[in-house]
Design a protein around this ligand. Structure first.
Ligand code: PA5
Length: 397
């Protein structure tokens, strides 16, 4: 179960008339959303595709030591965030999944290749366009490593490609080489692609896909509240609160906030508008950015993601440690509110696969609605192309 509180610590910035005026635009906004040809992520994923993903995960687990996922942005953050959230901090029998493709650091890639030399590894290269520079470079390096280790008939078994159905160099390579492959549908953009093989295949190695899938579609029930969230943020933006700080109290949710930053940053940040998304992990960052939030420039509002209950807990001086963590959260919201920072709260009863998958759907909806409220196209990211073009020119391509 998920609860939402967008009122307690915001009401002095939200004028009832303005709120109602935007609530009255709900049909107009949701109609625009429904007419988009990029909302394939609202449709139910096919059972036979889920079956193929699970089969492929079993093939990987039965034949290899580890999987290297190569992707960036929307082709990486969803599964990475989930994986970070649900694997043990220490130990555990997690099937090893290594994420690469997000850096051109020669030190990182050199160490990775040295590490993989002795491993029987499989690659899942994920790129909708098939042209992303970081992904292409990492893929080429690791494929060359495979080629040095195995002959052609063998190394082909180590490569699984997730890309567009028809377009791009990765698809051409699949057609030529006969690699195993999955499709990122045309009508689903990178950061909205959680419910596709791009994320479900890496996750199927360690998690129950059925729970994730059912949780995700339960998120559909949150349509009204997603619109309320979009409206509240929009009104705060109009009051000069142009930065949204996502606050989490579990270390393992840090990359969920990275996923949120990408979702909102690429969806809204266009044509000179949009809320700049940032994040803090508490209580760690209360001892760094906390000072700015409390007393600095009043450009921020915050969205707290609270986990109400934890199964495993420690007792500290007669109290559950998790209760102390929650008590700190409540206190921080009051403190920041007293420093003129509006605070919204999203409360998960438990941090489990279903709940987080529902939240993914919720946030995707809210981001898309928000794009339409801002009057921009939510599903493109033309700004990202600008740096890619500069790089291509610098490389003389
Ligand atoms: O949300 C998006 O569309 C982007 O973040 C892309 O996912 C990212 O740029 C990677 O693109 P591709 O999957 O084409 O390699």
């Amino acid at each position: 179960m998920i609860k939402f509180d967008f009122n307690t610590y915001t009401d002095q910035w939200i004028e009832e008339g303005q709120y109602q005026a935007l609530m009255n635009r709900k049909k107009e906004i949701t109609d625009k959303f429904s007419q988009s040809d990029m909302i394939g992520w609202t449709e139910r994923i096919e059972e036979n595709l889920l079956w193929k993903i699970k089969e492929t995960a079993n093939y990987i687990k039965n034949n290899f030591d580890c999987l290297v996922v190569i992707g960036i942005g929307g082709s990486f953050l969803g599964s990475y965030a989930f994986d970070k959230m649900f694997q043990n901090y220490f130990g555990g029998n997690h099937f090893e999944v290594i994420y690469a493709g997000t850096t051109l650091s020669s030190k990182y890639l050199d160490e990775l290749m040295n590490y993989l030399k002795e491993k029987n590894f499989c690659i899942n290269v994920i790129s909708k366009s098939g042209t992303t520079m970081e992904t292409t470079i990492t893929y080429k390096l690791l494929k060359d490593l495979l080629k040095r280790k195995y002959d052609e008939s063998e190394y082909k078994r180590h490569i699984i490609v997730t890309t567009d159905k028809e377009k791009g160099s990765l698809r051409e390579e699949v057609n030529e080489m006969g690699y195993a492959s999955f499709v990122i549908p045309n009508n689903i953009g990178g950061r909205y692609s959680f419910m596709t093989p791009a994320h479900l295949l890496p996750l199927a190695l360690n998690y129950d896909l059925d729970e994730i899938v059912s949780g995700y579609y339960h998120g559909k029930r949150l349509e009204d509240v997603a619109y309320q969230y979009a409206v509240t943020r929009y009104l705060l933006f109009q009051k000069g609160k142009v930065v949204e700080n996502f606050c989490v109290y579990e270390e393992n949710m840090e990359f969920f906030t990275e996923w949120l930053k990408q979702l909102f940053g690429e969806t809204e940040g266009k044509e000179g508008v949009g809320i700049f998304p940032t994040s803090t992990v508490h209580t760690r960052d209360l001892h760094s950015l906390g000072q700015f939030v409390q007393e600095g420039n009043k450009i921020l509002f915050e969205t707290f993601l609270k986990v109400e209950e934890m199964d495993d807990y420690i007792e500290y001086e007669g109290r559950k440690l998790h209760d102390i963590n929650n008590l700190v959260e409540d206190s921080v919201m009051r403190a920041h509110f007293s420093g003129n920072v509006p605070c919204l709260e999203i409360i998960m009863q438990e941090l489990d696969l279903e709940t987080v998958a529902s939240l993914i759907y919720f946030f995707q909806l809210a981001a898309a609605y928000s794009g339409y409220l801002f009057g921009i196209e939510p599903f493109n990211q033309p700004g990202v192309e600008v740096y890619k073009k500069e790089v291509r020119e610098s490389l003389g391509e």
